[in-house]
Design a protein around this ligand. Structure first.
Ligand SMILES: [Zn+2]
Ligand SMILES: [Zn+2]
Length: 327
């Protein structure tokens, strides 16, 4: 439980939630840790309704409340997008990720750093019951947001990934599967991230201060570092796209127009749609994507967050919360 900006999480006993109308009660098996959780801890997201339980990459089993389509025992994933209004111009236009009234798991709705969560059944994804929960959890945000960011790159072939953490290590496997070369940019001296990128088939990897050996068709910035925007724009060819994949970024420094000239595009990715989720999870099973995880206990959530902040996680940090397979 997070009680205010800049605080550590507190381990607390709270009442088990009850499934309301349209909701399912999910016994959480695992919840992956996302950089957005750090932005929540640091009070960098607007209007945080303290106290809040973080966590939006949740894998668990339904224990009650499911309709016929999601009976008890069903393995589900609960993602960041927890509710949309269904009637606004964004929802009506296939862009529910931008819904004005959207609610988000582990932010404006209770999250999955917990034993149980009540979630709107319409936003849950059914997941493979045979795979370890810890391996599936990072797909629910790192994977999904990375995939939406990739879709923004259109038909681009040579793709730069700035920040080689949880999202990039999933997306690298998609790119390899699609036979698109990728170029991994890490912090200078981050040997672990560079090793990880090479092992996943990077065509090149190096610090973001270096130019890649080829002009990029597109770049995705996962690191929350505004100064990477002009760096990435300088690395993409005319007509190329730079996608900002995070929910928060430090200020972007002033840059000259020639970096954007030549019909380069600079866009952000916000949230996900359920259609993204279905499409990506189907693809992830087909590839199949193997996530690298570092597992922590729920009571060690602060240590997991500190390790993520320090750049000490290869792949994704995941909280192993238990849950019983026959629940
Ligand atoms: Zn996330
Ligand atoms: Zn809406």
């Amino acid at each position: 439980m997070l009680h205010g900006p800049g605080q550590s999480l507190q381990l607390e006993h709270i009442d088990r939630p009850a499934a309301g109308p349209g909701q399912v009660l999910v016994e959480v098996e695992a919840c992956a840790v996302c950089r957005t959780d750090l932005h929540l801890l640091d009070g960098e997201l607007p209007d945080i309704p303290y106290p809040v339980v973080p966590g939006h990459q949740i894998v668990g089993r339904i224990v009650s409340g499911g309709e016929a389509s999601l009976p008890s025992g069903t393995r589900v994933g609960v993602p960041w997008l927890g509710y949309t209004c269904g009637t606004c111009e964004y929802c009506g236009g296939g862009r529910e990720n931008l819904c004005d009234a959207a609610a988000f798991t582990g932010y404006t709705l209770p999250g999955g750093y917990a034993d149980y969560i009540a979630a709107d059944a319409r936003y849950c994804f059914e997941l493979d019951a045979g795979l370890p929960a810890r391996a599936l959890a990072p797909l629910l945000c790192a994977g999904l947001i990375g995939y939406r960011a990739l879709r923004m790159c259109g038909e681009a072939r040579r793709i730069g990934l700035y920040g080689f953490g949880a999202a990039a290590h999933v997306l690298a496997q998609v790119l390899r599967f699609q036979d698109r070369p990728f170029y991994a940019f890490t912090r200078a001296g981050d040997d672990a991230a560079q090793r990880s990128a090479r092992s996943l088939g990077a065509a090149w990897c190096g610090p973001s201060t270096e130019s890649p050996p080829a002009r990029l068709d597109a770049a995705i910035i996962f690191a929350p570092v505004g100064p990477l925007v002009p760096v990435a724009l300088a690395a993409v060819r005319k007509g190329g796209t730079v996608v900002c994949g995070g929910i928060h970024m430090s200020p972007i420094p002033e840059f000259t127009y020639d970096l954007l000239w030549g019909e380069r595009k600079l866009v952000s990715v916000a949230n996900l749609t359920r259609a993204d989720g279905l499409e990506f999870l189907e693809l992830a099973a087909r590839i199949p994507i193997e996530t690298q995880t570092e597992v922590f206990k729920l009571e060690d959530a602060n240590a997991a967050l500190a390790a993520l902040r320090a750049g000490a996680i290869t792949g994704s940090a995941v909280l192993d919360i238990g849950g019983s397979p026959d629940a």
